[in-house]
Ligand binder design. Structure first.
Ligand code: FAD
Ligand code: SF4
Length: 555
């Protein structure tokens, strides 16, 4: 039985943990996942089928977010005031001259499926050129893995979660087609394809973890446009309905929900001998041959730093001093305008079209690190009347109703995400002001934008504005991480590398310090890529780490 005697304990059932579990049980190992949150039931917990769906935040279930604090964010760089966030109805969104968190700042979900329950489902491979930043461009840190080594794993993940995509994606070469054909483009995506053509940009269908046809006993997408509020029909390839479902069917996976891990025991030789966790208010401990940490790029370093003890005074796996360092966040630009002759832009798959033209690390003049542009109308929430009324239309009474009728379904948004290079002022450490309900210090995020990020943001802004102008849009909102901390993709806090003095894990996600400790979440990324969505890469790396764990067991 997995529970009584697991071969492997995995901490966290999100993107990385779920993929690791699936691979290990597929190879015959018994696996126990300890998950801090609970399970989500699409029928009861996702509100898209209810009349007041737009009023519900996601996730709103009790205990569905971990404790995190965000340290004071720095003053705004006055050379870049042209990048300030604003909306038609609220004016400037950050008025105090300093950056502030948007909502929780770190957007995530605690529960089976992790943040993939919230994710939009863009499914990207990394641009191979962005994996060698240090060697080729003299910045950041190289990946110890090459694209060619990851390619078969990418294919397997795409097949398992059901990715729909185009036939070609430029530098992201593939040895086989996507398992599903690309989705039809929405009216907003078509408008950007056309505007892009007029400006000499290539736009194409985005690769999406959303089913374009029935697949794996799941129905195709109904184009409701609200993937980040929890997909009610389970066609989105979140980890719970893909990796976890298949892994549980094997009978070799046990998941203990509402069981946050709080500590680790070490042997004299540095192996992890037991993991401790809280179950129904009681501290418990369990052991396994290998331990896989997959709590995400914020909680993973916090768990390691909290676990300082004799033999690991600076925290577990931290001989290099790099745990929590190199924190990389989501560098985001969004522009939205109203285009009077468009309609129904609230309908369709979010992020259905993409432009990769500026994605290479050397694609933007004077900056290292690229970006990508997507059709973002639905991704940023212009899907219902409340969004229009509160962000684009304003006013009240008859005039407001008139304007709503004139504007609704006509929002056109361009979203851009860019490379984020590590800098010494961006890191995760512990908030030592007080212990949380688990008796641990919560992670504290420190975020700062470097000059390269600001210049990249300006480029992203210029391209987004040019596209909207070309499409005939009248701007109503711009949102940017120039003045907000708003991270959906977080990386780098336990980076992988060949040098144990500069990295936390090796190319197989194995701790340099503790031979039976592995990490399979986004914290191992040495660099972010030029705005690619990370989950496909997290999961490809996780399968590779799982294969390595199996190989250790059989040799
Ligand atoms: C709104 C939004 C949109 C996004 N869109 C996309 C997208 O389109 N494409 C894409 O690729 N990515 C997207 N992402 C990012 C993606 O969801 C994350 O990068 C990915 O889920 C990270 O995987 P992970 O394994 O590192 O962590 P997570 O998926 O966050 O999983 C971590 C797990 O660990 C658990 N955990 C934490 N602490 C403990 C503990 N102490 N004990 C036990 N368990 C613990 C958590 O509950 C969670 O289940 C999006 C994210 C958000 C929020
Ligand atoms: S648009 Fe498709 S994938 Fe997204 S939530 Fe709706 S049905 Fe699910």
């Amino acid at each position: 039985m997995a529970l009584a005697n697991p071969d492997v304990i995995i901490i966290g059932a999100g993107a990385g943990g779920a993929a690791t579990a699936w691979r290990l049980v597929s190879k015959g190992l018994n696996v126990l996942i300890l998950e801090a949150g609970g399970r989500f039931d699409p029928q009861a917990d996702y509100k898209l089928d209810q009349p007041d769906w737009e009023r519900h935040a996601f996730p709103e279930k009790k205990n569905s977010q971990g404790a995190v604090s965000i340290a004071e964010l720095g003053p705004l760089n006055s050379d870049y005031v042209d990048l300030a966030s604003w909306s038609q109805t609220r004016g400037k969104l950050a008025r105090e001259g300093k950056r502030k968190p948007s909502g929780p700042g770190y957007w995530h979900v605690q529960g089976v499926g992790g943040s993939t329950l919230h994710y939009v489902g863009e499914a990207h491979r990394l641009n191979p050129a962005s994996m060698r930043l240090q060697t080729e461009f003299g910045v950041g840190y190289d990946w110890p893995v090459e694209y060619a080594e990851l390619e078969p794993y990418y294919l397997e993940v795409e097949k398992l979660i059901g990715v729909a995509g185009p036939t070609e994606q430029g530098e992201r070469w593939r040895s086989a087609p996507f398992p599903l054909p690309a989705h039809p483009l929405s009216t907003s995506a078509q408008a950007l394809v056309q505007a892009g053509q007029q400006l000499g940009m290539q736009w194409q269908a985005n690769s999406r973890a959303a089913l374009s046809q029935p697949y794996d006993n799941r129905p195709p997408c109904n184009y409701c446009g609200n993937c980040s509020k929890g997909c009610p029909i389970s066609d989105k390839g979140s980890a719970d309905v893909t990796f976890i479902r298949h892994a549980e069917a094997s009978g070799r996976l046990t998941i203990k929900t509402h069981c946050p891990v709080v500590g680790f025991e070490l042997s004299d030789n540095g192996d992890i001998t037991a993991v401790s966790f809280i179950e129904q208010g009681q501290k418990q401990r369990l052991s396994a041959t290998s331990v896989v940490l997959a709590a995400g790029a914020i909680q993973t370093p916090a768990l390691l730093l909290n676990a300082s003890q004799p033999g690991a005074k600076e925290g577990l796996a931290n001989g290099s001093g790099q745990v929590g360092k190199n924190f990389m966040e989501t560098l985001v630009w969004n522009s939205t305008g109203i285009v009077s002759d468009l309609s129904n832009t609230h309908m369709g798959l979010p992020a259905d079209a993409i432009c990769w033209d500026f994605n290479r690390p050397d694609a933007i003049e004077g900056v290292v690190g690229g970006c990508r542009l997507t059709s973002a109308t639905r991704e940023i929430g212009f899907t219902g009347p409340i969004a229009y009324a509160s962000r684009a239309v304003g006013g009240f009474g008859r005039k407001m109703k008139q304007q709503m009728r004139q504007s609704f379904g006509k929002a056109l948004s361009v979203g851009a995400i860019g490379e984020f290079l590590p800098n010494p002022d961006s890191y995760v450490d512990l908030d030592r002001s007080q212990k949380n309900s688990l008796g641990l210090y919560s992670p504290q995020i420190h975020s700062s934008l470097g000059e390269q990020e600001l210049r990249r943001l300006r480029f992203m802004a210029e391209k987004s504005r040019a596209l909207l102008k070309q499409a005939g849009a009248e701007l109503v909102e711009e949102f940017t991480t120039y003045d907000h901390f708003s991270a959906t993709h977080v990386f780098g806090t336990c980076r992988m590398g060949t040098d144990p003095l500069k990295s936390v894990v090796n190319a197989y996600g194995q701790s340099h310090d503790h031979a039976n400790l592995f990490i399979t979440d986004a914290s191992v990324f040495p660099s972010t890529g030029g705005g690619e969505a990370p989950s496909l890469t997290i999961q490809a790396l996780a399968l590779r780490t799982a294969d390595y764990i199996v190989s250790l067991k059989t040799t």
